[in-house]
Structures are given as C-alpha cells and as structure tokens.
Design a protein. Structure first.
Length: 291
C-alpha cells in the first residue's frame, strides 16, 4: 500500500514539474515577444504621423514618408495570396480527395514539406532566374507576387490538407449515398467545412509573404521610387526592403533610425491588420458552420 501511495505521489510530482516547465517556457516566449514589440513600438511611435504615412520619401530617404512602400507591400502580398491560395487549395483537394495514395503521393508530400523549410533567399534566386530572366517579366510586381506565391504555397497546401482530412468521412459517404457527384460533394460539403482551417494556413502565409525581404529584393523591390506603380510590370518599394535599405545601405543610417523603427512598426501593424481581417472571416464562418 505504501509503495502504491509513493508511486502516485511521484507521478503527481512529475506531472507538476512538467506543467511548471511548460508554463515557464510559455512565459519566457511571451515576455520575449512582448519585449520586442515594446522596443519597436516605443522607438517607432515618434516617427508615426500623417505625413509619414501619406507622403513619399525625400532628401535621400532621410525625410518624408513611406506611402509607396506601404502600397507596394499590399500589392505584393495580395498578389501572392491570389496566386498561392487557389493553387494550394486545388493541390490539397487533389492530394486528399482524388489521388491514389501510394509511393508517388508520399514523395510529393515529402517534397512539399521540404519546400516549406527552404530558405526564402533560394525562392528569390528562383524567381530571379525564372520569372525575371527566363520569362523576361523583369523586376516588377508580377515577378515578386509570383515568387512570394510559390514561397507560401507549401504552407497553404499543408494546412489545407490537414483541414480537409479533419472533415469527417461520414459527410462524404452520406452525400455520395444520396447520389451527389464527387465534385459537388467536395465543393458543397467538404470545402465549406474545411474553409476555417484553410484560412488558418492562409493567415500564416500572409504574415510570411508580407515580411520577406530576400525574394522581393531580387524580383520586385526598388531602392527608391517616388511615383506609384501604374501596372503589374512596374517596380515598387516595399516595407521589408525599405527597412533593410535604411538600416544597411543608407548614407546617413543614424539619422534615419527613427524612420527605421517607424517603418517596422507600420509593417507589424499592416501584417496584424491583414491577419485580423482573415481571423474575423474565419470566426464568422465557424459560427455559420455551428448554426
């Protein structure tokens, strides 16, 4: 009896130690993230004003604003999602619903997982070689959006596959038993139920696409341009590359330090705003699904 009691006490102690370690790790992560956000916010807030948000840079980018960079980031991000979301969902539907599971499909999934871990600079070099040089699009919005789209495509495919697999098989069987075609079952039953999970993957893709510097450095971003793009074949300024330029390649780096933090703060707010919009849409879809 004493041994049993001691055994249960030891299990209880181990459980508490494990939970304490997990809680400590979570607390450290939250504190580190909070510290970074507070540091950027406290240093960048002084640069935020109406002129900073609505005017182009001037005086060798030591004064003025970042409006061309804000619009360029929006163009590239929306373009990337426009490219990656349909391709990612279609690929996930094929791999999950249509493809015969075997060695080839396992190799394809392995390739998708490997692509998700490739450094972004490799995608940038791919975009430079294929879109800019081979297809002769040049350095422009189209090349940058396509490159970012391929960058986030593995993330969207993986998230979409998991969301589709989470839909109960009985939903498919009940629909097919009523004589509904397979495509109609997928489009009217499976995809609506999987859409909240698909949007979760899309949110991660949006955050990564908006914050990448290396891919757009080779394919779309301009060092400086005061005019707004008039077509998808124009170069644009972008917030991540603008931060890089101000912090490393500027002529008066110390003078532009407030602008660097201000641009970083705007980039964070832009990404959080896009993510918040997607989260609201996902929440509404989940509520409709419950009803």
């Amino acid at each position: 009896m004493v041994k049993i009691i001691m055994k249960w006490k030891w299990r209880y102690i181990k459980q508490n130690l494990f939970m304490g370690a997990v809680s400590l790790c979570a607390l450290l992560i939250i504190l580190a993230l909070g510290g970074i956000l507070f540091y950027i916010f406290s240093n960048g807030l002084q640069a935020i004003n109406w002129e900073f948000l609505t005017s182009p840079p001037r005086d060798s980018m030591t004064r003025g604003g970042i409006m061309p960079a804000i619009l360029g980031t929006l163009y590239l991000t929306l373009g990337a999602i426009t490219v990656a979301l349909p391709l990612g969902i279609a690929s996930a539907v094929y791999l999950t619903e249509y493809a015969r599971q075997g060695l080839i499909i396992r190799i394809i999934r392995l390739g998708v997982n490997c692509l998700a871990g490739i450094p972004s600079v490799v995608f940038g070099l791919f975009g430079l070689g294929f879109f800019v040089v081979f297809l002769q699009f040049g350095s422009c919005i189209l090349s940058g959006a396509l490159t970012l789209g391929f960058l986030v495509l593995p993330t969207i495919i993986g998230a979409s596959e998991e969301a589709l697999k989470a839909v109960p098989q009985t939903f498919r069987e009940a629909s097919l038993a009523l004589g509904v075609s397979k495509w109609r079952t997928i489009s009217r039953i499976v995809l609506p139920n999987a859409l909240p999970g698909i949007l979760t993957g899309s949110i991660l893709g949006i955050g990564r696409a908006a914050g990448e510097t290396a891919p757009i450095m080779f394919t779309a971003a301009a060092f400086f341009t005061a005019k707004l793009p008039s077509s998808i074949f124009d170069e644009v300024m972008a917030l991540p590359y603008h931060i890089y330029v101000l912090a490393t390649a500027g002529t008066r780096i110390e003078e532009t330090r407030p602008l660097q933090f201000g641009t970083a703060l705007v980039l964070m707010a832009l990404v959080l705003g896009i993510d918040l919009f997607a989260i609201i849409i996902r929440s509404r879809m989940r509520k409709k699904k419950r009803w």
